[in-house]
Design a protein around this ligand. Sequence first.
Ligand SMILES: [Fe+2]
Length: 223
Amino acid sequence: MTAPIETKIDAFSALPIFPTVVWATQLKPEISERINGTFTTLIEQARRNRTDLRAEGKWQTDQRLHTLPELDEFSDVVLGLCRHVLKADKIRYQDICITGCWANVGFQGSKHRPHAHPNNYISGVYYVTAPAGGNTINFFDPRPQAGVVVPPSDSPAPANSQKMTMEIRPGSLIMFPAWLYHSVDDNRSRGERISVAFNVMFKPFVSEMSAPNWRGNLQVTPD
Ligand SMILES: [Fe+2]
């Protein structure tokens, strides 16, 4: 009989090189209640002015919600979380800013096809409401070649799936690399799903970060 492999080795390491990380957090109830109240009020006010809009499909607000003073607390949370991620990832940068922030109101049957958020570094979504049946978001494996051989698995796990579905609830805040494709399934509830999407980018980018991150040993240009 063959001896167990553990008897033949001293160490066995699994190195998650080139990882694709999705960051998930839940705001404290007292914070999310305040922020949700602000978003709800803004949407209700805008909705009152648009009697031509029907409560079907999906509504999207304009993309400058981060410029509203009443949403400063939300913007601070977003930027604080992004700085936390960048520090953990050991990224060197001068500053970051929110480049776009908008709310989505999704009625029964609404969905969002797979897409990414170009020209940003981190994207994310925050949930004001997330009715049962409309409380998930999907992320897709960015390595298309990983789908060439897909053996059966006993249960879905990051190492064996081309698509990962996350459950969310009101107050959930999810962040991910802006290039990561994601989608939202049909809202199968009768309730409205209100989410707030945002993009974050380095500021300044070209002047501080685009130059080569190395030095030559033969200087031609003046300092
Ligand atoms: Fe998105």
